[in-house]
Design a protein around this ligand. Sequence first.
Ligand code: NAD
Length: 504
Amino acid sequence: MNDVLARLGLSDLNPGAWNGAAIADGYDGEITSENPATGEALARVQLATRAQYEAVVKEAERAFREWRMLPAPKRGELVRQMAEAFRAKKEDLGALVSLEVGKIRAEGQGEVQETIDIADYAVGLSRQLYGLSMHSERSSHRMYEQWHPLGLVSVITAFNFPNAVWAWNAMIAAVCGDAVVWKPSLKAPLTAIATHRACEEVLAKNGWSGLFGLVIGRDADVGETMIRDPRFPLVSATGSTRMGRHVGRVVADRLGRSLLELGGNNAIIVEPSADLGLALRGILFGAVGTAGQRCTTTRRLFLHRSIAADFTARLVAAWKQVRIGDPLAEGTLVGPLIDAGAVAGFEHAVAAAVAQGGEVLVGGQRVDRPGHFVQPTIIRARPEMPICKEETFAPILYVFEYSELGEAIAAQNDVAQGLSSAIFTDSFRSAETFLSAAGSDCGIANVNIGTSGAEIGGAFGGEKETGGGREAGSDSWKAYMRRQTCTLNWGRDLPLAQGISFDV
Ligand code: NAD
């Protein structure tokens, strides 16, 4: 057993249903979590049964009834302790993220830092769950709105942020007074168990349990049961658009709320006035970071015709220097894709791009070594090629030329997804055009910063097929609470609104 796993309390065979302690009551088969950099088995996980799912949800319901009555700042104090627990475990948890999903060391650590940041943010938020007060049109009346805990929140997470995406939801939901049940990706179950246990230790020390449930189970069974379960007024699901379309429909059918964070097809526009050194670094990080497996990965690049040839040559030279290899080794910039299916998806996209008229400028091949490695790839293409409109979860950057900014913005927007976008320019007018109502149609629009690496203080999410959800900062917390409008009459009359008289 790997030392990191052992220090995080993982064993060779781990239960898949948790609510505080493991719920050991049978299991529905088991899966093996593998290191995508080597193909080696890390540990096994037993898949949860429906009976275990039921036990986890029941326990979350029980915990919610008490938790919702704890003053929000006191809930924040427990979340503060969770932030401390994550600080103490950052090194090991970050290494586990690297081992299980192949992120390079800095990105694994960075993911846990995001969890710490959102927990810190939630602590402050626990004293700022404000409602508005309004002036009543009736005398001796007071009208205001307050925010109450929503209930049980189910959180479904993608493989590529196996720690932070849960925390984005759970830390905010916890200070809002909700209980959370988590169904993680079967591609990253160990990170989920270690993350759950880190929080549970804090809860137990404070005499709490049941607030965070974890069920690791099959989509067709536990997943489907969860999204149909009316005990969850909110389903927060992060993953592919295909998954989100299905989850959104099912939850809407029972008139529940869904918060969907789905696929992106993010673009950067580079203007002739841009600081090209800055642009190069932003594009490199955005396109090859996390081996192209971020929802905010830069997948499309619009270069102004006047700079395209020289700048493309600089990009190709930079791509050739990127070190691919063991994610935990010093100097590695690109680790593996998550699994063999992802490598097949990469190869399919490269072949489709070539068949549709694209030209591979660098990369395009799988790497001949154990694990699931591919070469970061640049393809000269046209924006209207069908493959450029799809999200391929791999390090492929399609490069286009444009003449007018309006043409580039229109082409950037002409995809089904609407997550992140950026422009590199020193022109004030171009920047404001890009940010205007007629500019980028994405949830995130940046100037002189790439498409990936969002800060938790802003609301995170995207439009169109990205699902419309917002998580993390700003007023995203409102998704995890229910709004109540209250009117108090402290007079001796009963005036009706709109001047209606109803005398007897
Ligand atoms: P995926 O859609 O294959 O799986 C995501 C999650 O959905 C997993 O936990 C999976 O088990 C679950 N799921 C699938 N079918 C389900 C069902 N019927 N019922 C309940 N749960 C179900 O996605 P993935 O491959 O893990 O992640 C990559 C995708 O996630 C990419 O499209 C990426 O852009 C997207 N993503 C988006 C964001 C964002 O914030 N917008 C963040 C990270 C990843």
